[in-house]
Design a protein around this ligand. Structure first.
Ligand code: TYD
Ligand code: MG
Length: 464
């Protein structure tokens, strides 16, 4: 017998409370608890077929065959395609292209297996119109303009769908709850039910979730712990480029990035993202330098910019966009102590161009060089890249995948690279002049010189 139990769920953080209170006991927000009477099964009901078995036997099941998305960039972010029975949440601002992306994926998958696209946001005709505009041949793709969870699951089971897209999870409601679609209780209940369905039937499920600015509708964050994979769709304002970032992935690496461009014909993957980020770099200017970073699985070239300005009043400002501000403060201290470059009387701004977030230490060295470049109004040659970590004693430390970064820089046409001594390649790289450095003051002395034109390409002699 199902037993009705009443809980109060916070629409801000998703926390639960057994009694109503003015503020949420978990996050402290006011007026956010809402009543939810979930019908919970009493006793230890377990879904059919969920018998315990030794781990060795479980693993010896069928090999994992992933579904292809038709977009190699998205397959890569997912860890090599869509895993049957997995649940993936795709979050992002309204209008960024979530429906477009998943309609493309659904149409591709429908060429080989039954696919159901449940759309509570748009009518079947609207979705069909969009598909035609995108030039998609729908195959066995079925669009269901339905917002009742039970109806969607019934249809998906009937069709034996290999892929089910829910557009969006905020428009779906379960009959088991009285609350309106978009309320936290509905969101969680529907997502949990979809997860159970996915695991039971091996249907891969995609949930679209709008990131909302006001708290009227709960955002996708409250669902992150329920699903296997969380992707966020990001974009710079007014840019046609889009980045899909995996912030959680049970079947692949996190922080993997996929690059796309929104075109008249839908989303196209961008195979060489470095070219885009660098195309924006104008003529070499003081304060600008290109670095080679690694996102998940590959090297990516990005322009870093620094602006150093004499402080007008109060405390000096330290602003970092796309980079860690605490690390910037540490680099400023190292510059002061070990290279005699003091920025204590200056406001400092640094920016990773293109709206990318860099979560690694390889940008230490380029940031220091860009700061010195801005301070002294000296230009770093536009054909030069730099990467490397900087330690508290002013030493330049190696970073992982040095050789791969150098190869990527060469491929983009760069001619010289300022790198940690331990990252100097064992064999010369054709056409790339490598400047290995061991200390920050040494790097500052070498950064501004033009690379030798007539010198034989390859590695400069490493210091002993
Ligand atoms: P959409 O996928 O509806 O966004 P979401 O589901 O995240 O809300 O994308 C809507 C935007 O994309 C809209 O502003 C129009 C634009 N767009 C294109 O530029 N090209 C296209 O082929 C399509 C389908 C949409
Ligand atoms: Mg949409």
């Amino acid at each position: 017998m199902p037993r009705a139990s009443t809980v109060y769920i916070c629409s801000a953080c998703g926390g639960e409370s057994l009694k109503w209170q003015g503020s949420c006991p978990a996050c402290g927000e006011w007026n956010v608890l809402e009543r939810s009477s979930a019908a919970r099964p009493a006793g230890r009901a377990s879904p059919a077929g969920a018998a315990a078995a030794p781990l060795a036997l479980q693993a010896a099941g069928e090999p994992l065959v992933r579904l292809g998305c038709g977009l190699a960039e998205l397959d890569r972010v997912l860890g090599g395609g869509i895993v049957p029975g997995s649940v993936t949440l795709l979050g992002g601002d309204p209008g960024i292209g979530k429906s477009t992306l998943l309609l493309q994926v659904a149409a591709h998958a429908a060429a080989g297996a039954p696919v159901l696209y449940a759309s509570g946001e748009e009518s079947g005709a609207q979705v069909a119109l969009r598909a035609r505009r995108l030039g998609l041949s729908p195959g066995s793709l079925e669009v269901l303009p339905e917002t009742h969870l039970e109806g969607i699951l019934e249809r998906a089971a009937e069709r034996g769908a290999a892929l089910l897209v829910i557009d969006s999870i905020q428009t779906v409601a379960s009959g088991a709850l009285e609350t309106a679609p978009g309320a936290v209780s509905q969101l969680k209940e529907c997502a949990a039910e979809l997860v159970r369905f996915a695991k039971r039937t091996a249907t891969a499920v995609f949930l679209i979730g709008h990131v909302t600015k006001d708290g009227a509708i709960a955002g996708p964050r409250v669902l992150e712990h329920l699903v296997d994979t969380v992707l966020y769709f990001e974009s710079e304002t007014a840019s046609r480029y889009r980045i899909v970032r995996a912030t959680k992935n049970r079947f692949g690496a996190v922080n993997e990035l996929g690059f796309f461009a929104m075109t008249e014909g839908g989303l196209r993957e961008v195979r060489n993202p470095s070219a885009i980020f660098l195309a924006r770099a104008a003529q070499p200017a003081a304060g600008s330098i290109v670095t080679v970073t690694r996102d998940g699985g590959r090297a990516l070239l990005i322009e870093l910019q620094a602006l150093v300005d004499r402080m007008r009043f109060g405390a000096p400002r330290r602003i970092a966009q796309g980079l860690d501000a605490n690390r910037l403060a540490m680099l400023l201290a190292v510059m002061n102590r070990h290279a005699g470059v003091s920025l204590q009387e200056h406001d400092v701004f640094v920016n990773a161009v293109g709206g990318v977030r860099i979560d690694e230490t390889a940008w230490d060295l380029p940031v220091v060089l860009a700061l010195a470049s801005s301070l002294g109004e000296r230009v770093i040659p536009g054909t030069r890249v730099a990467f490397g970590e900087i330690g508290l004693t002013g030493e330049v430390r190696p970073v992982a995948y040095g050789e791969e970064r150098l190869q990527a820089a060469r491929k983009q046409g760069f001619q010289s690279a300022l790198v940690p001594r331990e990252n100097a390649p064992r064999r010369p790289i054709d056409g790339l002049h490598v400047l290995p450095v061991a200390r920050v003051e040494e790097a500052l002395a070498a950064a501004f010189s033009e690379p030798p034109r007539s010198a034989p390409p390859g590695c400069a002699p490493a210091r002993s």
